[in-house]
Design a protein around this ligand. Structure first.
Ligand code: 2BA
Length: 109
């Protein structure tokens, strides 16, 4: 068995959950925050049989998309003002960051 941990953008989460559950998978949604942007995102836990991993990845690929986001870097304190003016920069936030982990034991009580 595998545990698929998927970090996605909040905008894509409702449809992804709907499509996963619609395809017969079980999913747990966690509210999470990206370490870099410090903005909310969604982490899904999906426990599946080994041969179902690719099907889940196909659903994630079909549902989640990359988006460009403007980020304003924090200024450093103490430097010359003109060297520290924070210009927004664009980062490409991925459609999904996926980790596939081996599950040692799965018990439903
Ligand atoms: P954040 O950490 O908020 O990162 C959002 C986006 O900012 C990233 O998109 C990437 O394009 C950019 N970024 C992140 N760290 C950066 C850095 N040190 N320098 C420059 N740009 C940086 P994604 O790579 O698609 O990641 C989307 C979200 O997935 C992340 O949100 C984080 O919550 C999660 N994530 C990504 N990689 C991860 C990892 N190795 N471990 C745990 N969570 C991860």
């Amino acid at each position: 068995m595998k545990l698929i941990v998927t970090v996605v953008q909040d905008k894509d989460a409702p449809r992804l959950i709907e499509d996963l559950v619609g395809a017969g998978f079980r999913a747990t949604k966690l509210a999470s925050t990206g370490g870099f942007l410090k903005e909310g995102n969604t982490t899904l836990l999906v426990g599946v049989q080994d041969d179902e991993v690719d099907k889940v990845l196909d659903i994630v690929r079909a549902t989640c998309r990359s988006r460009e986001q403007l980020v304003t870097p924090l200024t450093s304190s103490g430097g010359a003002v003109d060297a520290c003016v924070p210009y927004p920069v664009e980062v490409l936030v991925g459609g999904a960051t996926v980790f596939v982990l081996d599950v040692e034991r799965h018990v439903r009580i």
